[in-house]
Ligand binder design. Structure first.
Ligand SMILES: NC(=O)c1ccc[n+]([C@@H]2O[C@H](COP(=O)([O-])OP(=O)(O)OC[C@H]3O[C@@H](n4cnc5c(N)ncnc54)[C@H](O)[C@@H]3O)[C@@H](O)[C@H]2O)c1
Length: 302
């Protein structure tokens, strides 16, 4: 496998590549022949400050091993500058990994507007801005691979992370639509919910867990999703500690109320068990499959 998934002549942009997961991705893509744009603002975990040191250190390490890399110190909020750097130096962008992240945890009761805004700006607005800048170039060349970074906090909820959960789940929605719009254009988008020891998680996980869950255990899946041979798009993957799995929507078969006769809140309450019964289920994979049973209930077939 090591020899198959090569990235020679591919330009890979990784945001937040100065530490943790992004750093591991950058080193591995470079090892596999990519020209890597190592983007990192170099601030602290809560979004304060900036420094060129983190990105520079990764670029130096790549170059010391004979690889090709360029440092970018812009915030992901200035996504066009990051993509422009890739275009100016390497002439194209083939792969984008939206990975930059911060945390500003607080119970919802105590969460400030600043906590909400900063987390939104780095994770969701930032991913949007960098992707929006890369998208026309991917469309034009008929090729692109995008990996966005969600979180189990978004998929399942996590006390003290309302801001983070909201934007991480929004990235699942963004990825779904990028996959739909990119399908005919050679652009594939997927999203991961990783678990790894890093400066972000050292405040949450015990030390033993932080050191056991190496960022390097996430990297092989990300490399796979970004390879030319990968056919996957619109996928959501949960992974960490060497375990990885695909996640999909599952819904109960539902209840069909008679729209002509009408139905009330009491009818809904009476059918609650059936509405929530997963002994049979389906797994819609697109908006059309999602709407089919609804429309059927009013006699429309799709
Ligand atoms: N580590 C985990 O268990 C875990 C779990 C779920 C999701 N994630 C996500 O994975 C991604 C990577 O996190 P990590 O754990 O490696 O943390 P990390 O703190 O080691 O890495 C994040 C990097 O992003 C950079 N960054 C922050 N704001 C930026 C901005 N505005 N512009 C550019 N760079 C910026 C930071 O300087 C840092 O180097 C994040 O999106 C995080 O939310 C991580």
């Amino acid at each position: 496998m090591d020899t198959q998934q090569r990235f020679d002549d591919k330009v890979v942009v990784i945001t937040g590549a100065g530490s943790g997961l992004g750093r591991s991705y950058a080193l591995e893509f470079a090892r596999r022949g990519a020209k890597v744009v190592v983007n990192d603002l170099g601030g602290d975990v809560t979004g304060g400050g900036k420094s060129s040191a983190a990105a520079d250190a990764v670029v130096q390490k790549i170059k010391a091993s004979g690889g090709e890399a360029l440092a970018s110190y812009d915030s992901v909020e200035d996504g066009d500058a990051i993509i422009q750097a890739a275009l100016d130096h390497y002439g194209r962008v083939d792969v984008l990994v939206n990975n930059a992240g911060i945390l500003r945890d607080s119970s919802f009761k105590n969460m400030s507007d600043k906590d909400w805004d900063l987390v939104y700006r780095v994770h969701l607005l930032g991913s949007y801005k960098v992707t929006k800048a890369a998208w026309p170039h991917m469309l034009e060349q008929g090729y692109g691979r995008i990996v966005n970074t969600a979180s189990g906090a978004g998929l399942y909820g996590s006390f003290g992370q309302a801001n983070y959960s909201a934007v991480k789940m929004a990235l699942v929605g963004l990825t779904n639509t990028l996959a739909v719009e990119g399908a005919a254009k050679g652009i594939q988008a997927n999203v991961i919910a990783p678990a790894a020891g890093s400066r972000l998680t050292e405040t949450v996980f015990p030390t033993e867990v932080v050191s056991a869950l190496k960022p390097e255990f996430i990297t092989p899946l990300v490399v796979n999703l970004c390879s030319e041979s990968c056919k996957e798009s619109g996928g959501l993957f949960e992974l960490g500690a060497g375990w990885m799995a695909k996640v999909r929507w599952q819904r109960s078969m539902g209840v069909n109320f008679d729209v002509k006769a009408g139905f009330s809140a009491e009818d809904v309450a009476e059918s609650w068990g059936e509405i929530c019964n997963f002994s049979e289920f389906d797994n819609p994979t697109n908006i059309s499959e999602s709407l089919t049973p609804l429309l059927k209930n009013v006699g429309i077939s799709f």
